[in-house]
Design a protein around this ligand. Structure first.
Ligand code: DX5
Ligand code: ZN
Length: 221
């Protein structure tokens, strides 16, 4: 029986108080999701390694860093030094993605690959031997608060089957439009980790974050 994990995306948190926002969810979650955007690979800009480094002392939880940047390679060691535990990258962002994943492992991080809604599962099959995590995007990357793309449920199921057949310890993470109504669909399809931004940080004040997270877990608060 898999244990459901929650990775709150700070994209929907108060950027002027990110440390306090981490503290407000820390007791209810399994890791912290950090969305790095460069305005080039995706049409939005967030933050980079220096901000992550400053956040690192705020919690002992793993940092689940989602890199929406191109190029990737020259920044990997910066993110590892800043305290990233998982580095997830997009195959379209690098022409030599297997090497990029090897570099991520070499710096001591877990290696994740992310599938955009328009990206075929076939693209990651040759990468299975090196992967620690597969992230299925259920929105187009770049922004929080978008509508869940329901056609991706089949891809989540297919990735689940691929992981189970591989007999490797690879986590299946789902990111985008996760809400109390979409979370059960994603869990049923086989997700290990739910990423959620708006459904945690944009509903009420900090005192309600714990309740918001319990609802996503399917627990009655
Ligand atoms: C989008 C990001 C997501 C985003 C999810 O590119 O990867 O992590 O923060 O936000 P919500 O949960 O609001 O869809
Ligand atoms: Zn993300």
């Amino acid at each position: 029986m898999r244990k459901l994990q929650i990775s709150p995306s700070l994209l929907a948190a108060d950027f002027a108080r990110l440390g306090e926002e981490i503290k407000a969810v820390e007791a209810y979650v399994d890791m912290i999701h950090l969305d790095v955007m460069d305005g080039h690979f995706v049409p939005n800009i967030t933050f980079g390694a220096p901000v992550i480094e400053k956040l690192r002392p705020w919690t002992a939880l793993p940092f689940d860093v989602h890199l929406m940047i191109s190029p990737i390679n020259s920044f990997i060691s910066d993110f590892a030094k800043a305290g990233a535990d998982i580095l997830t990258v997009h195959p379209e962002a690098d022409p030599h993605i297997y090497r990029t994943l090897q570099v991520i492992k070499d710096v001591g991080c877990k290696a994740g690959i992310s599938l955009n809604p328009g990206t075929s599962l076939d693209l990651i099959k040759p990468l299975m031997p090196i992967l620690d995590l597969i992230l299925v995007m259920t929105v187009n990357p770049g922004f929080g608060g978008q509508i869940f793309i329901e056609s991706q449920i089949k891809k989540i199921r297919d990735v689940r089957a691929l992981i189970d057949a591989s007999e490797r310890d690879i986590l299946l993470e789902v990111d985008g439009g996760i809400s109390p109504s979409t979370a059960p669909l994603v869990i049923e399809a086989g997700a290990d980790i739910l990423v959620a931004g708006s459904a945690i940080f944009a509903l009420g004040n900090a005192s309600q974050y714990g309740k918001n997270i319990k609802v996503l877990r399917g627990e009655n608060s």
